[in-house]
Design a protein around this ligand. Sequence first.
Ligand code: BG6
Ligand code: MG
Length: 222
Amino acid sequence: MLKGLLFDLDGVIADTARFHLAAWNRVAESLGITLPPAANDALRGRSRQASLDLILNYGPGANHFSADEKAALAAKKNTEYLQAIATLTPADILPGVPQLLDDAQAAGLQLAIASASKNAPAILAKLGIADRFSAIVDPAQLQHGKPDPEIYLKAQALLGLAANEVVSFEDASAGVAAIKAAGQFAVGIGDATVLAAADLVVPSTADLKLATITAAFNREVS
Ligand code: BG6
Ligand code: MG
């Protein structure tokens, strides 16, 4: 029986994935690296450090940079990102999400955030929805990033739920892989080809309807 919903944040709750990408593109450009189109999905859901290594590997290679140089590049990216999210307001919650959260709470479902971002609590506060979630996984406490299942297993544990009692939402292929490795039902938001491993894919958050999701979950999991 469905008892909880686990949400990625960037690209699922708010359109902040584009701010991450823009800030990383500026870092890449400063190093003379041009990111290929595939980086759009590859960078989603990855920790700050893993994202930087991925970018450097599109250029001379991550091991050509010292730990101090990498820390400076990651800090530069985060400074730009913080400037971009400074103006977020509740109006920046993606379409369909407020209704989904309302319907989920009316149905008695528990809600949790499973985001790799250390900025997630600040973003939820700016969006005015921090109190909707009874658990927010702290990515600093994790050993492994997405596509490892650790973050989704941690989120379900914080809610006291089992894998067959939750639905998890992602916009990244690494995130969908993490959900499926955790044995949970995955809803992918975006390109059906990129997110083919998900149990249900919708083109945009505006298409997220609790009744449709619950019906698909009951067909597959029960
Ligand atoms: C994920 C984003 O949610 O958080 C990634 O999809 C980002 O793009 C990661 O790299 C880490 O975020 P932050 O805010 O801690 O640098
Ligand atoms: Mg995401």
